[in-house]
Write a protein that binds this ligand. Sequence first.
Ligand SMILES: *[C@@H]1O[C@H](CO)[C@@H](O)[C@H](O)[C@H]1NC(C)=O
Ligand SMILES: *[C@@H]1O[C@H](CO)[C@@H](O)[C@H](O)[C@H]1NC(C)=O
Ligand SMILES: *[C@@H]1O[C@H](CO)[C@@H](O)[C@H](O)[C@H]1NC(C)=O
Ligand SMILES: *[C@@H]1O[C@H](CO)[C@@H](O)[C@H](O)[C@H]1NC(C)=O
Ligand SMILES: *[C@@H]1O[C@H](CO)[C@@H](O)[C@H](O)[C@H]1NC(C)=O
Ligand SMILES: *[C@@H]1O[C@H](CO)[C@@H](O)[C@H](O)[C@H]1NC(C)=O
Length: 371
Amino acid sequence: MTTQNNVIIWVVALMMIPLQRQEQLLVVGSYSSTAIECPEPHRTILQQYKDFHNKNKYSPNAQYLVEECWNNGCAGAGDRIRGALFTLRVAIQYKKIWLIDWTRPAPITNFLIHNEVDWRVTGFPDNFFKEPNTLTLDEFNATTFHGNGSEAAVVEKFMAAKKYVIIGAQHFEDRATRLNPVDPEHAIEIGACYFQFLFKLNDTIVKSGESHLRELYGPAPVDYVAWHWRHMDVDFPGEKPLLVSQLAGALDCGRTLAAEIKVDLVRRPMVLITDFHVFRQFVMRGEFQNIRTINITAQHIDRDSNKNVTMQSYQEVFVDLYVLSRARCMLTSWSGYSKLALWMGTAPLLKCHRDWVHCNITTVQNVKRIR
Ligand SMILES: *[C@@H]1O[C@H](CO)[C@@H](O)[C@H](O)[C@H]1NC(C)=O
Ligand SMILES: *[C@@H]1O[C@H](CO)[C@@H](O)[C@H](O)[C@H]1NC(C)=O
Ligand SMILES: *[C@@H]1O[C@H](CO)[C@@H](O)[C@H](O)[C@H]1NC(C)=O
Ligand SMILES: *[C@@H]1O[C@H](CO)[C@@H](O)[C@H](O)[C@H]1NC(C)=O
Ligand SMILES: *[C@@H]1O[C@H](CO)[C@@H](O)[C@H](O)[C@H]1NC(C)=O
Ligand SMILES: *[C@@H]1O[C@H](CO)[C@@H](O)[C@H](O)[C@H]1NC(C)=O
C-alpha cells in the first residue's frame, strides 16, 4: 500500500468520526427544535425588550400590561396565545412590562413556562393587578389597533397608566395603526419568534409528546408528516358531515409533502391530530394504512370546566400541539391551533406546510407564507 493510499485512508477515517458521533447523538436524541431565525427588525426589538423587561420588572416606576385568564371564559389555546402575542406588541410599543396569568383551567405553568423574559405574576402585593382598569376597552383599542390620530388624549392616558389588564384575543399579526407593523408575508415566522421568545412547553408535556412519538416512529427522531384537522367537534359536540373528496385530497397532499422530504407514507404514516373524535377513533383502530394518531381525546381548555376533566387531559391539548410542532411538514387547517403549532415549530416546519383542503396554498387562517 502506498503512502498516498494510507493518507487517504486516514482522512476517510477522520471524516467518519464525526459522522458516527452524530448518529449516536441522533439515536439518544429527542425531537428537539432546530432554532428558528427571527427576521429583523424583530430580532433586535425582542432583544431590546428583553433587556428592558429584566431591568424593570420590579422597578417602582414600572408599568404593566397583563394578559389574564382568571375564571371567566377566555377562549381556547389558539385564541389566548394569539392575544398574548398581540399584547406583547403593545407592551413593546408602550414600554410596559408584559405579564401573563391564567388560572383557568389551571395555572399557566402547567402548560407553558417562561423563556426569554420572566412574565410570571409573582412577587407583587396581593390583588395588585385586580384593581379596575383606568382605560376602557374602546380606549385601549384606539391606542393600539384602530386609532386614527384623533385619540392623542387617550394615548397620553395609556402612557400614564400604571397597569392595564386584558383578556386579549386580537390576532397577533393584525394591522394595528399605532404599533410596529408585522410584515404579513412573514407573519408566521415572526409569530414563531414572539411565541418562542415568551414560551417553552412544560416538561411533562414534552416528555409525553416524546413518548408518543417514540411509540409511533421508534426511538430515533425521524422526519414525519403531520396533519391537523380542525373539525370543531370539540366546540360543538356531535358528528358533522365531511366531504370524502376532501379526505382523498388530504391523503394526496400528505403524499406530496412526504415525497418532497423523501418519506414513504406506507412505511412511515403521517400522524393525524384532530378534534374530530369519531374519525380519530377510526384511525386509532388502524383502519387507514397511511395515517396514525396518538391516543388522546382533544379537550377544549375553556369549555369543560364543569366536567370532571383531569389536569392530564388539559395538558394533552398541548401534547397534541407538540406532536404537530415536531413534524418536518404539516397539513394545516383554517385554525388558530394550526398556526400555534407552527409558532411552536422548527425552522424546517415553517417552510413546509400546506392547507389540507387546498394543497396549493400555504395560508393559515388568513396568514400567507412566502415560499
Ligand atoms: C409542569 O406541570 C406539572 C403538572 O403536570 C407541574 O406539577 C409542574 O410544576 C409544572 N412545571 C413547572 C416548571 O411549573
Ligand atoms: C376592542 O377590540 C376587541 C378585539 O377586536 C373587540 O372584541 C372589542 O369589541 C373591541 N371593544 C370595543 C369597546 O371597541
Ligand atoms: C377617528 O376616530 C374617532 C373615534 O375613535 C371618530 O370619531 C373620528 O371621526 C375618526 N376620524 C377620522 C378622520 O376617521
Ligand atoms: C386509549 O387510552 C385509554 C385511556 O385513556 C384506554 O382506555 C384505551 O384502551 C386506549 N386505547 C388504545 C387503542 O390504546
Ligand atoms: C372526578 O374524578 C375523580 C377520579 O378520576 C374522582 O375521584 C372524583 O370523585 C370525580 N369527581 C366528580 C365530582 O365527579
Ligand atoms: C389552487 O387550485 C385551485 C383548483 O384546484 C385553483 O382554483 C386555485 O386558483 C389554485 N390557487 C392557487 C393559489 O394556485
